[in-house]
Design a protein around this ligand. Sequence first.
Ligand SMILES: [Ca+2]
Ligand SMILES: [Ca+2]
Ligand SMILES: [Ca+2]
Ligand SMILES: [Ca+2]
Length: 433
Amino acid sequence: MKQLLTMTSDDIEKRCVTLTGGGCQPGFDNHFGYGRPNLRRAMEALGDGVDHAIPPDVRITSPRWWTVLDPADASDAEIEASINARGAAFEYEVQVARGHEPLDGEFSTVASGTGQAPVDGPVASIDLHELFTAQEMRTAGKDPHGHTFIVRVRAWPQGTPAVVGEDRKALAAYSDRGKDTGMMPGLPFDVMASGESSPALYDLDGRDGGRLEIIFGTTDGKVEVFGWDEELDEWARRPGFPVDLRDADRPTDIALAPPAVGDLFGTGRPSIVMATGNGALYAVHPEGNLHEVDGNPSPFVDGFPFVAPRPDPGTPKSFGHGATFAGAPVLYDLDGDGVLEIVAGNFQSQVYAVRVVDADEDGEADVVPGFPVTALSVAGVVPPGLVCRDDNGDPVEGIQILGTPAVGLLDPHSPDPALSQHPSIIVPTTEVC
Ligand SMILES: [Ca+2]
Ligand SMILES: [Ca+2]
Ligand SMILES: [Ca+2]
Ligand SMILES: [Ca+2]
């Protein structure tokens, strides 16, 4: 299906309109890929099912997209692909070109072959030193695509080279083991997920000479911790991590928000606090899955996850983006009892303050009395003159808290105890009046 749609699409080259200006070229380009789908041509390629022009199925299975290959590890890039022409004999070629959107004429063929049975495995070995000089692979230049190259695999039924199927991937070649300029030992490390959450640095274990651990969330709903490994003499994933923040109630989740790390109970033992896309807050023990209760892994502090209620899922308008926490949680002792509370705002404009204890023993950490607070400028909450309305005079809808709250005593010298004795929570929202 993919080959039918991409290989029959209309190239976008002329009458090019992009937000960045330019960006179109003959054939595949970064902006529009293979072009605009042409469903008539795609349907015509199906023919009557017997006399057809359906391209072979082609997929590059290894390396993964955007892999950065270091010639100090291996000077050759090993390319694996699966090719299937549904029983017909086929020919294939593996091609390579420098840059992120080379023109068709810039590719050179590095391997080719024929087959009839489906191919699923190595198809080419590309010598990185034939693509780039050692100096080019070492130098961090101004061109963000200076180390990029494209591998494409093309296959067609024997005798019909016009019925081509194609897959391509962007890879990069870079090497810098310099002590002052290169990557630190053990890094980069592929966590097999995207890392939108900013990392936090904290000495979780108080060992390894006070070195800080690197803590971050991933888009597959996990929290990762990396630290210095004295035996390996490099940075490595800490035992007990990653900790999976998903469970049977939330089989998919995402940790976009940066972690907060702090000594929640004032005992000298830090916890990692995560907020997720499904509206859950987690306090995670510093040992992760190595923390056990009755012999079972128990990575979470009692009472967690705390889950913010899901909005009405009846319509996209009522559900919006759900109860997502996008900004980082903040740890602050709101009531001065020596135990930190967790403060976080979500996509429902709700500001939560959660205690890290479950005093009422309902299995979930307790909400601080008076919370959640709705951060909306609506009648009854703010003075009449500050009520937020849209151009039609209606209440503004779909307001979210995307950012991280700030908590503190706004004016320690104020005669108003609300400012000098009690901390204030400042939250940014998307409300525009
Ligand atoms: Ca194009
Ligand atoms: Ca440490
Ligand atoms: Ca407290
Ligand atoms: Ca409770």
